[in-house]
Structures are given as structure tokens and as C-alpha cells.
Design a protein around this ligand. Structure first.
Ligand SMILES: CC(C)(COP(=O)(O)OP(=O)(O)OC[C@H]1O[C@@H](n2cnc3c(N)ncnc32)[C@H](O)[C@@H]1OP(=O)(O)O)[C@@H](O)C(=O)NCCC(=O)NCCS
Length: 170
């Protein structure tokens, strides 16, 4: 039977899972603040989210939580936002990232009526860059030496995608 892939809103039962996902070593390595969080910290922070400018969704396959999708800095006037997404370690390396990113792009262009999306990724995040290129993102520049890890400064790479660009959908 065909699997059902979809995005849904975060509910109260998701928060422990989100903390577990956030504290995964590869997720921490690839985000700007590598400090693990507690559930308490997470819930406090969750209350501060500006829902007019940010949306967070869970990427599901059938009824399973698989990934966390973040839509930041939504600017409805100029029609753009910034995206980020992680896949839980139990589902990584299975080819689901393309599906997740295409659902996120559909959501931006069809539901939010945006024209452009951007993202920033660590220069060493080769899997991320591979996935982003495959769904059609292009590099627009480097933020030089802006990520400090183990006393080394790494670049962050900015990528963007426009509404009418062709994408590889799998
Ligand atoms: C980035 C992330 C969402 C990708 O999801 P995933 O489940 O690992 O990715 P998939 O299995 O769907 O696809 C991985 C692709 O990268 C390729 N890949 C694997 N290792 C690679 C490497 N070292 N260099 C380049 N490409 C690589 C795979 O071959 C596959 O390509 P294909 O689709 O052409 O076959 C996931 O790895 C993740 O959550 N990582 C930790 C957090 C993170 O990096 N978040 C993003 C921050 S910007």
C-alpha cells in the first residue's frame, strides 16, 4: 500500500519527541546553538514563538512522526520566508528528505502564497546541501566563518528557491 506523506500541526503530545529530535548529536552539530535543551526549556521557549511570523510542522509518514519542519521569518508583504528541517534519527538515510522538502515548498508556495524561500546550512553539512540542491535550491552566498565549532570557524551557506523553479519530486 502507498505511504501517506503529510505535514501537520504540532500538538501537546509532540513536545518530548521534539526535544529528543533536537538533542540528537547530528542535529546539534548542524544548528547554530549546539547546547542540548530540556523539555522545560523547550516548553518555555515554545510559548514565545510569534505565530504570525513562524510556523512549525511535523512531517509524518502514515501515522508516524518523522521530521520537524520550521518556517521562520515569514514575510507576507515581500512573500518570502526561511526554512529549516530535521529528520529523526530512526528515519534518516531512507530517502524521505526529498518528500519532506517538497511538502514544505508546496506549503510555502500554495498555502502561504510566497514567492521565495531561503535557508542557511553549515558548510560541513554535505547531506543537507545534497538534499537542498536536489529539490532545486541554489547557493546565493557564504556567511564567512560564522559558525564556531570546537575552536574552528566554519562558513554557513545561504541557499534560495523560487516559486516557479523546476524541482525534482520523488
Ligand atoms: C539533513 C537531513 C534532513 C536529510 O535527511 P536524510 O534522511 O538524512 O536524507 P535522505 O536519506 O532523504 O537523502 C540523503 C541524500 O544525501 C546523500 N548523502 C548521504 N551522505 C552524503 C554525504 N556525505 N555527502 C553528500 N550526500 C550524501 C544520499 O545519497 C541521499 O542522496 P540521494 O537522494 O541522491 O540518494 C537529515 O540528515 C538530518 O536531519 N540531519 C541532521 C540535522 C540537519 O542536518 N538538519 C538540517 C540543518 S540545515
Amino acid at each position: 500500500m502507498n505511504k501517506k506523506f503529510y505535514l501537520r500541526q504540532v500538538n501537546d503530545l509532540d513536545h518530548s519527541w521534539l526535544v529528543e529530535l533536537h538533542n540528537d548529536p547530528l542535529v546539534l552539530k548542524n544548528i547554530t546553538n549546539p547546547t542540548p535543551i530540556t523539555l522545560q526549556h523547550h516548553l518555555k521557549w515554545w510559548e514565545t514563538i510569534d505565530n504570525k511570523k513562524e510556523i512549525r510542522n511535523i512531517f509524518c509518514i502514515d501515522n508516524q512522526r518523522v521530521g520537524f519542519c520550521k518556517f521562520y521569518k515569514i514575510d507576507y508583504i515581500n512573500k518570502h520566508c526561511v526554512l529549516g528541517a530535521d529528520i529523526h534519527i530512526n528515519y534518516r538515510g531512507m530517502g524521505y528528505a526529498n518528500k519532506m522538502w517538497n511538502l514544505m515548498l508546496d506549503y510555502c508556495y500554495e498555502n502561504l502564497d510566497l514567492h521565495r524561500v531561503g535557508l542557511t546550512t553549515a558548510a560541513y553539512n554535505k547531506i543537507g546541501q545534497h538534499v537542498y540542491r536536489k529539490v532545486g535550491f541554489k547557493v546565493e552566498g557564504h556567511i564567512k566563518e560564522s559558525l564556531l565549532r570546537d575552536s574552528i570557524y566554519y562558513d554557513q551557506i545561504c541557499m534560495y528557491h523560487l516559486k516557479n523553479w523546476k524541482r525534482e519530486v520523488r
